[in-house]
Design a protein around this ligand. Sequence first.
Ligand code: LLP
Length: 423
Amino acid sequence: MDHFDYRDGELFAEDIPLSRIAKEVGTPFYCYSTATLERHYQVFADAVAPLGGDVCYAVKANSNIAVIATLARLGAGADVVSGGELRRVLAAGVSADKIVFSGVGKTPEELAKALEAGVKQINVESEPEFLSLSDVAVAHGLEARVAVRVNPDVDAGTHEKITTGKSENKFGIDLALARDVYARAAELPGIKLIGVALHIGSQLTDLEPYRIAYSRAVDFVHLLRSDGHNIRHLDLGGGLGITYDQENAPSPEAYGKMVSEVIGDLDISVTFEPGRMISGNAGVLVTKIIFVKDGVGRQFCIIDGAMNDLIRPTLYDAYHAIIPVKEPDAGVEKMEMDIVGPICESGDYFAKNRAMPPVKDGDLLAVRTVGAYAAVMGSMYNSRALAPEILVNGAQYSVVRRRVEIDDMLKFEILPEWMDTER
Ligand code: LLP
């Protein structure tokens, strides 16, 4: 459920017509709904409440500080994967004791920043990382609270580029090796081992891979405890899928129930790292049609949004619903078209052979379900501006990231001294 609906023939974000924002801010722009973000967070938090679970929103999905702050106000913690994300969540007001630092390649500088901030937990993914973290902790006179990220070798059944829990993936430590690694890590100075973490992939629409992976993690906790380790925390990652098209995504309630069954009486505190499930449906990308162009046997709808604003269709063959901002008449005949951006690549498309109601130059379209993994994966390819991000809250809206223009970009570029060209 989201808060983007037609009212009186116009698409609204909560109580604001998207055409009004388009007029005032220009296109393309991302538009997020506070009520949708809050609702999704709450549904997930309620579903895992019986487990006493901590919800650490995976900010990689949408790391705008206004989005993070919206969730933090409801009690969300944060899962971060870089020094940059750490800066963002601290700036958004997430308290350090609710921050988990994940990621396969954390630098000593990033580890030091996390330790100085006093994060709740660092998820370590390899033996070299243990050694590095131990060095950093000792050098700073601090102790790191650490969970080992294990790789349970489970096929999440998602797109190959977003599956992470198979042994051929770079993530985590193989369960077969993890026991010994844990034992060695326990001897390292500056390291306090507190738990086990895993994350098997993203956009999972089936609970079975979770059940298998989580059962393996529970067995591993028993094994570690039998070795004398005091394992108090289990981080179950994120990955719960959402509906982009016809997917039948499991409900957070069903997920919570499955987790309770698998955890049983393990007596352990549980952390979750949902990203997409919270922010995915809370955003649309509003774009304007530049031209409708007739090709041979097909029509191209050329819009001012492009793969630099939303790379998911071309990168993962992802489906995103696209609807006109002005509501089409009921029963109107649809025709197939390719919806493409202006970038000089054939991969620059949002949809192929998509049945659309009649559209014309200047019309506004809304690309749905872009609250996760859209703006954060944006680039300035073809020297295109970074589209602004708008947050709506009831009848108010605010520009929460302004458009980043070519002039901003040129400020970062420098002609070398040996070129005396005046700019
Ligand atoms: N925790 C860890 C350690 C992760 O690597 C991820 C996502 C999450 C949590 C959150 O997963 P979520 O609940 O959002 O599925 N760019 C891709 C998705 C990449 C996900 C990477 N890791 C896409 O657009 O589909």
